[in-house]
Design a binder for this molecule. Sequence first.
Ligand code: FBP
Length: 255
Amino acid sequence: MSSHPQVQAKLDQLFPDGKGMFLAYDQGLEHGPSDFQGENADPAFILKLAEEGKFDAVVFHRGIAEEYYADSGSSVPLILKLNGKTNLHDEEPKSLAIASIDDAIELGATAVGYTVYVGSEHEAEMLAEFGKLAHQAHDVGLPMFGWMYPRGASIKDPHDPETIAYAARTGLEIGADVVKIYYPGNDEKVSEIVKLDGKTKVVIAGGVKADPDQFVAQVESIVGAGAAGVAVGRNIWQADEPALVAAALKEAIHG
Ligand code: FBP
């Protein structure tokens, strides 16, 4: 429950029964075109998929939001990703804002998101920027999602459950309404992290494409363990039958 009533109203929209499913499509910047095959390179295909699959929101960076979302009249809420980076360099991860809260308002976003590479040499800059943007977002009634990803030379294993738990808790500490984290390995750990995160909702990232049945079964089980849902990309739009996986996901999350 947010202390900002407008933020809470938006969270209620994004998590209609306390759970939410979000279609992530920031990979074109974060990973590059190697994630795409055929029609999933087309943002219009993704927006249609989000609509037909009744996702609770779609995640875009600014360029795609401007060109494909803003004038589309889409019924699917937008989570505007405020920062981003390519993976074309080997330096310590650093991702700074490429869009503002004003952009989010102009583009009709329902929430904003920001990735913090927890443990990176540049963590302090990202934490500071996150803090400023969260303050501005809350002032105008927008929820702030934190992609809380352990990364950098100091992080031995970004998928270590304790490290994921630390990253998740960092989200609560810095004012995230929702954290998006890597799957921490099992349901017990999911429950523990959900408790650790208190009023901050916990959603799990999808990761690389897996067997669709196994993926949906895992989602069902993490939601049973208390997670507030998933923000997933590749396991939907790289699937052979994206609409079928989206329908199964909806059943697993919203029943
Ligand atoms: P996927 O379901 O495709 O993994 O997307 C979730 C996500 O958080 C994206 O929003 C983001 O671009 C990507 O994962 C980052 O993945 P990684 O940290 O592995 O580069």
